[in-house]
Design a protein around this ligand. Structure first.
Ligand SMILES: C[S@@+](CC[C@H](N)C(=O)[O-])C[C@H]1O[C@@H](n2cnc3c(N)ncnc32)[C@H](O)[C@@H]1O
Length: 212
């Protein structure tokens, strides 16, 4: 499972946050691969005309992904930039503060726990963090690292957002649970806002199956 299905409610969440604060929403995604999550999110945000700054980092950025972003149309208050770099180097040298962080790079305990140690310098009290494959990764490394993060950052709570993740029929969701489900981390208010955005999407399904 991946967090792809969350790119619809996440876009609602970002749109609402943008309207609430009046400022562009800053988004960091660690691990882009073919850009399934990124393209869906950027397309949804552009459709909603939300104002945002998207920063994507991948240790091995695919040329086609960089090319495709170059040919997308962005509204003047929207921006997406990609960088080929190890997330740990990126986080060490970065000085930005993000409203949303998507962690989907190397799913080992060693890397995720290092990312989790650096993240507090890059977030604020109302940042939403999505950890993909919370229950996956080698030897459950993501879960151990994220649980440690939660222990050290008591302000942040966790919400299992499997229901809003990759769209599987309900009976299949229960069969695959809890493997590789994403976990949302944020303040109780932020998690409520995300849940409300999931509900908006579940009540008004706007997804296109792409089938003829
Ligand atoms: C599961 S894929 C990401 C999927 C993507 N988020 C999506 O929505 O489809 C993991 C990606 O993380 C990248 N990666 C692995 N280790 C990394 C690291 N230390 N820093 C940055 N990216 C890393 C890999 O190159 C790979 O493209």
């Amino acid at each position: 499972m991946a967090y792809h299905g969350l790119m619809m409610p996440l876009a609602v969440y970002v749109f609402r946050r943008n309207k609430e604060t009046g400022a562009p929403v800053t988004i960091l995604e660690i691990g882009i691969d073919k850009g399934i999550g990124m393209f869906a999110l950027l397309n949804n945000l552009n459709t909603f005309r939300a104002s945002y700054r998207y920063y994507g980092v991948d240790i091995e950025l695919l040329t086609g992904v960089r090319e495709a972003v170059k040919y997308m149309i962005f509204h003047p208050d929207c921006w997406a930039g990609l960088r080929e770099e190890d997330s740990l180097v990126y986080l060490k040298n970065d000085d930005k503060i993000y409203d949303v962080v998507l962690v989907d790079g190397d799913h080992s305990y060693e890397t995720v726990s290092q990312e989790c140690k650096m993240l507090p310098n890059r977030i604020h009290k109302d940042t939403l963090i999505l950890f993909d494959d919370y229950y996956g990764g080698k030897h459950g490394g993501v879960k151990i690292a994220v649980d440690e993060f939660l222990q050290h950052n008591k302000h942040f709570k966790a919400l299992n957002v499997r229901a809003g993740a990759t769209r599987l029929p309900a009976e299949l969701q229960s069969m695959t649970a809890p493997f590789e489900a994403p976990l949302a981390v944020g303040s109780p208010e932020v998690l409520d806002a995300l849940s409300a955005s999931v509900a908006v999407i579940e009540k008004n399904i706007v997804s296109n199956s792409g089938l003829p």
